[in-house]
Write a protein that binds this ligand. Structure first.
Ligand code: PLP
Length: 329
């Protein structure tokens, strides 16, 4: 038994931006409320428990940041060693701080996420260290529980499920979860899966791996998704879509979520909302009830916030008189 209190995250209804997303009802699944601030904890708790069960001497993952934060936390809790392989200089500050804080051994490589994952696969195949990337099926089993929660929270599956797609484990897991809900009578239908990649890292959209993926949304900066087939199966079986959104569209949604909904998420999470807004602009929305998965917390990546947001700061004196004058109150 292992837990840090993951799962059971809030589902909060949009107050202000549903119309801009072209839907009648918009809900946000706040995966930032997981213990390390992203959905990765749902799958990691299962993967680490199973690694212990199998007698692993440690765990290893490749990561754009959140997988390493999560792996490091659960390893610390379980008293296991963790090794995380990250692309040098490309990890958001908050995520790096987490891996350091939880006491992980960090291997910085010259290369991108896809190179890191290949290295992690090779090392774990040769040793008794368990691989805890989402190619580990226990990760998918843990992550699918979010779909169960949504069906519970809404009383049925939504019409549309909007989700960012990077390595594509999560869209695969949600589709598995919604399929199981429908099979067991916990939902009367399944949602259309609407996956969104960043335009500079959109291999599933273009149909070919991207050698040098680029986007501000580092959590989805992946050129050759491990769960590619799972993602296209989710898209096709649900009669959904997987499309690209630009970094500018991602930042617009990022700002809108924070200023209009009080939700500060990381850029990758904003891609789901950017995608809905794009469908609406192009008059391709399906309306109805949509759920957007807000996969990780805005505090993970303060550098992106400071570089892209315009602070409303007024320098002024310390007295009430100064402040009233500054604000014309
Ligand atoms: C991992 C991650 C994603 C992408 O999920 P995949 O399963 O790799 O497709 C999106 N957003 C955040 C915040 C993540 O940490």
């Amino acid at each position: 038994m292992l837990t840090l209190g993951e799962g059971d995250t809030p589902l909060v209804q949009a107050s202000n931006i549903a119309a801009q997303c072209g839907v009648d009802e918009l809900w946000f699944k706040l995966e930032s409320c997981n213990p390390t601030g992203s959905f990765k904890d749902r799958g990691m708790v299962v993967a680490v428990a199973k690694a212990i069960e199998a007698g692993a001497t440690g765990i290893m993952c490749a990561s754009t940041g959140n997988t390493s934060a999560s792996a490091a936390a659960y390893a610390a809790k379980a008293g296991l060693q963790s090794f995380v392989i990250v692309p040098g200089g490309k990890i958001a500050g908050g995520k790096m701080a987490q891996a350091i804080a939880y006491g992980s051994t960090i291997l910085e490589i010259e290369g991108n996420f896809d190179d890191a994952l290949q290295a992690a696969r090779d090392v774990t195949a040769q040793t008794s260290i368990a691989l805890v990337n989402s190619v580990n099926p226990h990760r998918i089993e843990g992550q699918k529980t979010a779909a169960f929660e949504i069906c519970d929270q809404l009383g049925d599956a939504p019409d549309t499920l909007a989700i960012p797609v990077g390595n594509a484990g999560n869209i695969t897991a949600y589709w598995k979860g919604f399929t199981e809900c429908a099979e067991r009578g916990l939902a009367s239908r399944h949602p259309n899966m609407a996956g969104f990649q960043a335009a500079g890292a959109a291999p599933i959209v273009s149909g070919a791996p991207v050698a040098d993926p680029q986007t501000i949304a580092s959590a989805i900066r992946i050129g050759n998704p491990a769960s590619w087939k799972g993602a296209t199966a989710a898209r096709d079986e649900s009669e959904g879509l997987i499309e690209a959104v630009t970094d500018a569209e991602i930042i617009d949604a990022y700002k809108l979520l924070a200023t209009r909904e009080g939700l500060f998420v990381e850029p990758a999470s904003a891609a789901a909302v950017a995608g809905l807004m794009k469908l609406h602009r192009e008059r391709r929305s399906r309306g109805g009830r949509a759920v957007a998965i807000l996969t990780g917390h805005g505090l993970k990546d303060p550098d992106v916030a400071m570089a892209n947001l315009t602070p409303n700061v007024i320098k002024c004196g310390v007295s009430a008189r100064d402040i009233r004058a500054a604000l014309s109150l």
